[in-house]
Design a protein around this ligand. Structure first.
Ligand SMILES: [Zn+2]
Length: 212
């Protein structure tokens, strides 16, 4: 297990950015892969083929985007290395208002040790660019709690598609994470999450016409 130094805050690298509505905003889809989502009403995840080739990124007017390396994609180390070098270009774009989705998945992707390294690199970028983070977490709550404690981020981390129970929700909220709820969730966890710490999402897939 690795010990990390706290992240150091720096001056924002992209001062003129569109802004992400605060947690608790109704009718805002915090996490979708659908590139045709309504402008200003959704946070759209940039697909992996744009990550490795940022010149292909053609933002639609008024649409808010998130850019990051999905833990499932970490199994391909060449693509991950390339995406990592290209990520700052995308994060500098004024319509990219969050880093993600990134995270840890114990069931898919590279070895968790490798996933964690890639995640920490991205979390450093989130601090540099002053961006909130959209986190994909599968059976890795303890690791994420440890990372939050060690890195002491100043940017908000939100667990997307949270399906955990009340005890896990409490642990994450107490540690400073916000929670985003999709179609399936635990009702008790949902109810105990304050509105100001809660996001709503569809996690809609990339539409077939937008596939590379
Ligand atoms: Zn997703």
């Amino acid at each position: 297990m690795k010990d990390y130094e706290p992240l150091t805050a720096s001056t924002p690298l992209c001062p003129i950015r569109m802004s992400l509505p605060p947690a608790g905003t109704p009718d805002f889809d915090f996490h979708t892969h659908n590139l045709q989502a309504r402008p200003g009403r959704a946070l759209v995840c940039i697909p992996p083929h744009w990550l490795i080739n940022p010149t292909a990124f053609k933002p639609r007017q008024g649409v808010l985007y998130a850019a990051g390396i999905h833990p499932w994609d970490t199994a391909n180390s060449n693509c991950t290395t390339l995406a990592m070098t290209q990520l700052p270009t995308l994060l500098s774009h004024p319509q990219v208002v969050a880093l993600g989705e990134c995270g840890l998945d114990a069931l898919r992707g590279a070895d968790l040790y490798v996933q964690e390294k890639i995640l920490v690199e991205q979390l450093k970028l989130a601090e540099q660019y002053k961006l909130p983070v959209v986190i994909h977490a599968v059976r890795t709550t303890d690791r994420l709690l440890r990372l939050h404690k060690q890195l002491k981020p100043t940017c908000q981390w939100t667990i997307h598609g949270f399906r955990g129970g009340a005890a896990t929700a409490r642990q994450l909220l107490n540690a400073g994470f916000d929670l985003s709820f999709g179609k399936k969730y635990n009702a008790e966890a949902y109810d105990l999450t304050p509105d100001t710490r809660k996001r709503y999402e569809t996690d809609d897939p990339l539409s077939p016409e937008d596939m590379p």
